[in-house]
Design a protein around this ligand. Structure first.
Ligand SMILES: [Zn+2]
Length: 592
């Protein structure tokens, strides 16, 4: 009897849209789109690939990576148990399947995410596999197609998963520079760190019918704003109306659209090929390139040594060990110095520049030119405040898309003027609001991350207070990343992490410990290069001494960067963020 019921279940399935009972074979023939109401059911990566690529053309890329639990994360279950369960239930090695194939005869490299695998979350392995796929596209000079489905960065890998946003973005930047097309196809759902990086910083963004995309999820926004969300919020049609996607495509037309777009770009390349070709160096294998760069890093007389880890003279390397949750509270202390305080105490002659030139000036981001020990620099930072009124006026340091675009404008201006960029990071995260989503928050963050990976001027970032997820990373892709002793830097707030992985929010202190978000932890993981010690009390008890120490650390780290040629800076910066994959960089013990 049970067997018959189970068999019946396999034959029929109920539509999530209209509740019609549908014959599974008929549904599959209709590409898993309900023939009654048009609901697009979610697809696993293997089925998606089958629908998109030419029969017989699929060549899977290796998904073999060493087992990784880079921060030994445990919530109610150890992370490796969750990974094992995901592998067993999906038959996949990770939350992405990568391949080369042809689509309508056009060769492409593809990375297709699978939401069934831990919510399609972006961890080190997923970042590494997508990056390799982009590198394969670059080596083969073919377009890259990404099909996204993800809840965001993978909490269980802490800030290392946040770094993947930069790693994949710089691979996309390399394709942009090479004139190779990148396309992302947003499928339901695409959120968080994936939305705020490779889902939106590609040349073309297609949204499948029924897909929802955004940086902050609807539940979070409802909780924070206490208001009902607009009809159709974050749906494909909403995204189209707000100028965030090129088109909304029905699943049955998706392959055809891709073929047309790939054909158009191939035609462009063919036209260019009529001109005498620019001789291109045979692409070195990635291993050779990395070996080269390793040599550059260790060669003492090389200017690249400026980017290699070197402690600030006089800096104390063994800061007080404090519980992670106490550090979180310290980092959020209202009396803690803000960016404007540091602009007054660490820098001279600050001239603030306003506006994104697109219609807004976000008070949560301040920036402008200033002098550091007589040298001109561009300083950009999040601004909080000390009083409730100041905090409200500054939106608690949570930048809007206009803020990210102002920062982007100032970064590019700095590069044009050959000014080094110093960023001061202190934000709970990006703005979880309706209008921020309407104005393309995810794409704004994604563009900043990508731009910083290739900005041809020195970039020095300091996490001064809270380094909250993608909002922080949008200012923290740098040649050197410093962190004040009592600052924190995390892929998600401990409260947010506790709400998702523990039975309730009261587990925030445990989540804070599990996330490895303190300066000493992140220094060990290589996410941060140097801890700037605070006075024995804390930054807010002795702001003058904190400023003095920060100034010394900034100078010690910035001056060597000034002698490095821009092209080499960019190469080494890319390499810094390329190391956070699972095969290199951090091993299980978290030691480089
Ligand atoms: Zn239906």
């Amino acid at each position: 009897m049970t067997a018959i019921v189970r068999r019946e279940e396999q034959l029929w399935s109920r539509c999530a849209g209209c509740a019609s009972l549908l014959y599974r074979k008929r549904l599959r023939r209709n590409l898993d789109v309900c023939p009654e109401c048009g609901e697009h059911a979610r697809l696993g990566a293997p089925e998606r690939l089958r629908q998109l690529v030419d029969p017989g053309s699929l060549r899977p890329l290796s998904d073999l990576l060493p087992e990784a639990d880079p921060i030994d994360f445990v919530d109610v279950l150890p992370y490796p148990h969750r990974l094992t369960a995901a592998r067993a239930s999906t038959g996949l090695a990770e939350a992405v399947v990568c391949a080369t194939a042809t689509i309508g005869g056009h060769p492409v490299a593809l990375a297709v995410m699978d939401f069934r695998f831990l919510g399609g979350s972006l961890g080190c392995a997923v970042g590494e596999l997508i990056t390799r796929t982009a590198e394969r596209a670059l080596d083969d000079r073919i377009p890259l197609v990404l099909v996204t489905a993800s809840g965001g960065a993978r909490m269980q890998e802490g800030a290392l998963s946040l770094m993947q946003m930069a790693t994949v973005s710089q691979a996309i930047a390399a394709l942009r520079e090479a004139g190779l097309l990148t396309v992302s196809v947003l499928t339901d759902p695409t959120y968080g760190g994936v939305a705020a990086s490779f889902a939106t910083n590609t040349d073309l963004v297609l949204a499948e019918s029924g897909a929802r995309m955004g940086f902050a999820g609807p539940r979070v926004i409802r909780q924070v704003t206490g208001r009902a969300l607009p009809e159709g919020f974050q749906t494909a049609d909403f995204l189209l109306r707000h100028g965030q996607v090129d088109m909304v495509v029905q699943r049955r037309s998706l392959r055809g659209r891709l073929v047309a777009l790939l054909a158009a770009t191939r035609a462009g390349r063919a036209a260019r090929a009529d001109h005498p070709p620019v001789p291109r160096q045979e692409p070195a294998s990635r291993r050779e390139r990395l070996a080269d760069d390793d040599a550059a890093l260790t060669r003492p007389a090389d200017p690249a040594a400026a980017v290699a880890p070197s402690p600030t003279p006089g800096a104390v390397q063994t800061p007080t060990v404090r519980d992670a949750w106490d550090t979180v509270r310290m980092a959020r202390h209202p009396a803690r110095p803000t960016t404007l305080d540091y602009l007054d105490s660490v820098f001279d002659g600050f001239v603030e520049l306003h506006g994104d030139r697109l219609g807004g000036d976000c008070p949560a981001i301040v920036g402008g030119v200033a002098r550091l020990a007589g040298r001109h620099v561009m300083v950009i930072g999040h601004q909080k405040g000390h009083t409730t009124a100041e905090l409200v006026a500054r939106n608690f340091g949570m930048a809007s898309p206009a803020g990210h675009r102002k920062a982007l404008r100032l970064m590019r201006l700095a590069a044009r003027l050959s000014l080094p960029v110093v960023t001061l990071v202190d934000t709970p995260g990006a703005d979880p609001g309706v209008s921020a989503e309407e104005q393309g928050q995810a794409a704004a963050i994604a563009e900043n991350i990508l731009t910083l990976t290739v900005l041809p001027t020195p970039v020095l970032a300091v996490i001064t207070g809270e380094g909250g997820s993608g909002g922080a990373l949008a200012l923290a892709v740098a040649d050197r990343v410093l962190m004040l002793e009592n600052a924190v830097y995390s892929v998600i707030s401990p409260e947010g992490c506790a709400a998702i992985l523990w039975p309730d929010r009261s587990a925030a202190p445990q989540a804070a410990r599990a996330l490895r978000l303190t300066a000493p932890d992140l220094c060990r993981l290589g996410v941060v290069d140097e801890v700037v010690p605070e006075p024995s009390a804390a930054a807010h008890d002795d702001p003058a001494e904190t400023a003095h120490r920060l100034r010394a650390a900034l100078l010690a780290n910035l001056l060597p960067l000034l002698d490095v040629p821009p092209a080499m800076l960019v190469r080494l910066r890319r390499q810094r963020f390329r190391r956070f994959g699972t095969t290199r960089g951090v091993n299980r013990a978290g030691v480089r």
